[in-house]
Design a protein around this ligand. Sequence first.
Ligand code: ZN
Length: 471
Amino acid sequence: MDGRDAVTDAHRDTTDATDEAPPPLAALADWPEPDPQRPVVDLRFEVAADLRQVTGTERIVFRPDLSVCEVVLRAWPNKPATARAGNALEVTELRIDGEVVPPILVPAGAPDGAPATLIEAPLEQCASAGASIVVDLAFEVRLGTATDERLGVAQAGDLAWFGTAFPLLAWERGQGWARDAAVAVPGEMATSETFELRSLEVEVPHGYDVLGVGVPLGVRDDPATGRSTHRFAAPAVRDVTVTVGDLEVLEEDIDGVTLHLGAPAGTRASLDAWRDQVVDVTRSLVDHLGPLPYDDLWVSVLPDQTDGIEYAGAVQFGDVDPEDERWLLSHELAHQWFYGLVGNNQARDPWLDEAFASFVQAVVDDPDRDPFRPPGRLARSDGELGQPMTYWAAQERPGRTYVEGVYVRGSDALVAARDAAGAEAFDAALRDYLVTNAHAIATPDDVRAAFAHLPGAVAVLETAGAFATGS
Ligand SMILES: [Zn+2]
């Protein structure tokens, strides 16, 4: 102790700086409040003993901001990529304000033999804006083995995961119902308003670990049935994902965010290695974009997946080495701001989350380690950035053309726009865009408005075709 008196002033200054607490990573309260009229959702999943079947119930209290004559829900597990792997979501009962309503089922892109992706429930009488509509649903989810996607059951070991595996309210405030068709391109195509997840209950055979979303509220064991119910709640999310299995779990409070990491035994990297990279990447993103908009961050490592899928306050990753594949962590975690905080219609305007996430990844990461930029992989074409998923699905090599057109070209266009405007002015406008559109569903017009005072940036995006759809 005495020895410390001998240190030089310079050394003491350094020591003091190091001892200072770093700024908080997560601060939902630093962002604008979500809409007090947002939907309120109670969701319950009961997972079968073999982890291959999930029975669910859901209550949505929905207060539309426009008059509506129907309620429209989406069953995204029935899109081609997941339906073909044996996954399915079927509604078994639908009630509106307590009355049973036979749903109208529209394939909307579901492959032959798969259940519909679009579920419509006509109202007995049209409801005016601001009315409260209570939707009660019962549903069944079937999980396909070894799906390289958002839901499935593992090829090896006791592990199941199910993201977007419940009827998702397809409302866009100010616009109406989003009925965009599912397409056979790997990628997201959902539209979902921020909702309050008032309760999430996941009932599993006793002994399994459960990763959810939001704040964990404890586990209730029922010795009579040998089952346990894990409870969660979240004030503002767009989606829900759950991982159930025989997992190693790490939970740690880091500078204001509670990190929940889970992986089956035998994955490539340790949970400590995941924690270090997730925290480091999150810190870079927070420096660039503002606080993480979730107080809890849930990360599942799923060996049947190859890359990553984003949710609000949660991410699914394949069994990668998080240091070697740091770009993937940057990309998926950037989606916490571009998709989680500021939503978009992922079918109509996929660039609003994918190009921005790729761009942020390019700005915060070492460009030499960016796999989206191998030179000369595909001939590039200009002016297509704002195209919808149906456009990319119609191309000769849909998946690769989509990645090239939206992730690579989109990121390139945003980097060029930043160069044109000056990094400082562009980054400030980007943060304003996040604040202005927090918890909403943004459109390309919102991007144009956010950068309107930087005409050089707008011109670059215009040339890239960012505003082509004029939504
Ligand atoms: Zn992405």
